[in-house]
Design a protein around this ligand. Sequence first.
Ligand SMILES: N[C@@H](CCC[C@H](NC(=O)CCC(=O)O)C(=O)O)C(=O)O
Length: 401
Amino acid sequence: MTLALNRNTAAAEQLSSLLTQIMENYSVSDSEGPLADEIEAFLKTQPHLTVRRHGDTVVASTDFSKPSRVILAGHIDTVPVIDNFPPRWLEPGDPLIREDIAAAHPGERVLWGRGATDMKASDAVMLYLAAVLDGSTVQSDPKVDLTYIFYDHEEVAAEKNGLRKVVEAHPDWIQGDFAIIGEPTNCGIEGGCNGTIRFDVITHGVAAHSARAWMGENAIHKAADILNRLNAYEPATVNVDGLDYREGLNATLISGGKGTNVIPDECRVHVNYRFAPDKTLAQAKALMMGADAGAELGNGEHVATGGVFEGYGIEMKDESTSARPGLSAPLAQDLVRLVKERTGRDPLAKLGWTDVARFSQLGIPAVNLGAGEPLLAHKHDEQVPESELAALADLLLAWLV
Ligand SMILES: N[C@@H](CCC[C@H](NC(=O)CCC(=O)O)C(=O)O)C(=O)O
């Protein structure tokens, strides 16, 4: 596939075509290379852009000598496929169109498949803007300089995040006065983001023949208490600067056992805690495992000295800080006003983790604004109505030009 844009067709058609092309390009985290190649080649055909690449992250910038610079950023990886690749356009009435989507978008085509909302619909719009905002006419001359970032490995461990790597290797590429991340928001604004930590809670047992179980200790049975603590936990909703951040504590993976007739000697429950931006990473960890690291058991495992999992072995796997809404920056306020005028919508809180947290740490105010329903992110029936693309493109064009 060669990513292409037919500028002789209507804008809506160009957007749908770009989205189809990038969704047909499989890009589950760790497999973004071919899509990054396509995006790099496509952007390099635009003479008004300086295009750079680091790993599988592509950064393209205008140099129109405008007084300020806005960053439009989107990750190009997706979570793993669950029978939802390759993508399919669904005509109105198709039973795969969700009832809520059909009710909100009657008579409309829908693109179904992995990455539709998280976040290839916004990537398609950003690629379109990168091509059309070339400064050649009044309508295509943005008020600001633009930097487009298409990056890899957002959906996985923070150490792999492509934006993190490019910030570290080439901080001069990622300069700006404001950033928009195209994570799904239904074309509204979602401010800040919940933080996230992931860790294994570990039980230990003694292996034995399952016909002589009294000779061992069953580590999987011991995990029942971990699941009970998770079930008993009541996640809070925390209001931060006017937005409601809903927290969450969930097991997302479980593993244990070495054979069908062997008493398991270890069980690991992988837990994900989503915490509101009123908490630091350290506070979030303290709530789960106590403020001080307990005894080191080897292989990175510590005993929790307090918190929900007190007494259990804990191995940290990933951590990413939260971000406050940060809607007071003048450019953010402008955008909030425009979204309100056009859609009647006030900002909401971003419940997933996004790279607004990274931009905030860099001192660049940032918001989430993207196409597609955030509630459908990571679901097997992820889908986006066609009009969302034009809605996002029109909104951004109205703000940028
Ligand atoms: N290092 C983290 C990365 C998790 C990133 C992911 N982000 C989204 O799904 C944003 C979508 C949205 O809420 O709009 C997440 O929150 O899981 C990790 O590996 O967990």
